[in-house]
Design a protein around this ligand. Sequence first.
Ligand code: ZN
Length: 59
Amino acid sequence: MALTAEWICTRCGSTNRLLVPDGATRATDECVACHTRHALEADARPVRWRARPLGNKAA
Ligand SMILES: [Zn+2]
């Protein structure tokens, strides 16, 4: 089984969807619009995941 993780890009606000294995709590994905990579973490609600930008530039 797999579930759809929905996450909002922190950079451009686009909604992204990623198919993840059932039971997964972490994933990484790239925004379809601006191609920023994000680390995704399952929240209390299973559908909407929290997204944090992954970058190699020091913030
Ligand atoms: Zn984006």
